[in-house]
Design a protein around this ligand. Structure first.
Ligand code: FAD
Length: 421
């Protein structure tokens, strides 16, 4: 990293799809002095290790691999005068939007930002987060780390791998290992439902004859230097394992795919208000956090299942950050969105009645045929909702023409009658 300016219109922390899309948005808004900072040696974020296809159907209208998606975004930035500082770590963002960056080549640098976009993504939960009993041998790792080994570094993690957790990363790695001739005796899931996208269950497990065991977890790990076996057990409705019905499975690898944690250490240090359900900052309809001029987008705000929605959200955050930095008037929100029946989380947390918004929800439990109700101003039929798939809702100004309150509840409730969706 050389030659950073002292002042930028917008500084973007993280150069994954959210960071790059935010930069595109900021350019659209007329901000032209931009800096993207990423701790890796190249931008692209998690997409660089996702060599499977399935990215971009909504945003680019075609099916791309992760690296292809990332390079499409990068191409949109080429030709603009943007500074990209890779191998550079943002240590701190303060309330005056001074950003402190550490890099092996230049040491510590401080830059002043007109607006900041936080786009730090998420990290994986590890074995320690769920305290699996047993020894601590080599061969226990997160599914994302195994993906990096196989796809980027050219190492196989083992020869026979059990996967704990049916989130998308676990499912994708089950198929990836099978393609490398690594045996996958099963994917084990604590919950009574799978946690990944339906398309990944079909394409990664069913198509490769890999069994999925629901309501089952790993209760022990054996092995001194290297994993030799794991013990699995079914769980009851309270998610407590039944240790009288265990099964021992020989393997040399255990991949854990048990969820992602939004990477919000910088946000917490900055004193941003965080949503305990999403783990990310509370944001307005412009993706602005509780600090003026600090915006956020992507997995750092809430875990997305599709990168296309990350891009949409980050384009908005970038545009609004660009407008903030160049002095445009900021639209104000007047309605709080409140999670109601079967709604775990809602992003953004507030909206305004005079503009159209895309609102993203997560449900608590699966439901076939339901009503999505926005207070008593709007309702729509949903065919099928599952916790693993985000629900999106377009809130249009006409829904709110006759609404005069300051908060609206969103409920997802069972629908009895049959009928067209
Ligand atoms: C294994 C896997 C498979 C997936 N498969 C699909 C799929 O098939 N289809 C699909 O649409 N989506 C898929 N996704 C989801 C998609 O990749 C994510 O939604 C998307 O990458 C999130 O983008 P992001 O920019 O928010 O975060 P990230 O991609 O994680 O980028 C965050 C960036 O911030 C940087 N950073 C963090 N902290 C700092 C700091 N302090 N200083 C500097 N830099 C920092 C990181 O280095 C990283 O580059 C998959 C994800 C994974 C993990």
């Amino acid at each position: 990293m050389t030659g950073l300016s002292v002042r930028y219109d917008v500084v973007i922390v993280g150069g994954g799809p959210a960071g790059m899309s935010a930069a595109i948005g900021a350019l659209e808004a007329g901000a032209d002095r931009l800096l993207i900072v990423d701790r890796e040696i190249e931008v692209g974020g998690i997409l660089n290790q996702c060599i499977h296809n399935g990215f971009g159907l909504h945003h680019f209208g075609e099916e791309l691999t992760g690296p292809e998606y990332a390079s499409r975004l990068l191409e949109e930035l080429v030709g603009h005068e943007i500074d990209i500082a890779t191998d550079s770590y943002v240590l701190d963002v303060d309330a005056l939007r001074t950003v402190t960056i550490a890099s092996p080549s230049t040491g510590i640098t401080r830059v002043q930002a007109g607006a900041v976009v936080l786009a730090m993504g998420a990290r994986e939960r590890t074995r320690g987060a769920i305290r699996i009993p047993g020894t601590r041998p080599a061969g226990v790792m997160t599914a994302g780390l195994a993906q990096k080994f196989v796809n980027q570094l050219g190492y196989l993690p083992g020869r026979r791998a059990v996967i704990l957790g049916s989130g998308d990363i676990g499912l994708i790695m089950a198929r990836r290992l099978a393609l490398e001739d690594i045996e996958v005796p099963g994917v084990f899931e604590l919950m009574p439902h799978a946690n990944g996208l339906t398309r990944n269950i079909v394409q990664c497990l069913h198509d490769f004859d890999i069994p999925l065991h629901l309501s089952t977890t790993v209760v022990g790990i054996e092995g001194r230097d290297r994993v030799e076996a794991v013990t699995v057990a079914p769980v009851d409705d309270q998610l407590q394992p039944d240790l009288s019905r265990t099964e021992r499975i020989e393997c040399d690898t255990l991949l854990v795919s048990i969820g992602l944690i939004p990477e919000n250490e910088l946000s917490a240090k900055l004193g941003l208000r965080l949503d305990p359900t999403t783990g990310g900052p509370i944001v307005s309809s412009t993706m602005e956090t509780s600090r003026d001029g600090v915006f956020a987008a992507g997995n750092v705000v809430h875990i997305h299942d599709l990168v296309d929605f990350v891009s949409e959200e980050a384009l908005l955050a970038g545009r609004c950050a660009g407008e903030f930095a160049t002095g445009s008037a900021r639209p104000a929100d007047n309605i709080h969105l409140v999670p109601g029946a079967n709604v775990a989380s809602i992003v953004p947390h507030t909206i305004s009645s005079d503009r159209e918004h895309t609102v993203y929800l997560r449900v608590r439990r699966s439901m076939e045929r339901s009503w999505l109700r926005l207070g008593d101003v709007y309702e729509k039929r949903l065919r099928y909702v599952v916790p693993a798939e985000m629900v999106s809702l377009k809130v249009r100004p006409r829904f709110l023409e006759h609404f005069h309150g300051d908060s609206l509840r969103i409920d997802i409730e069972p629908r009895d009658e049959q009928g067209d969706e």
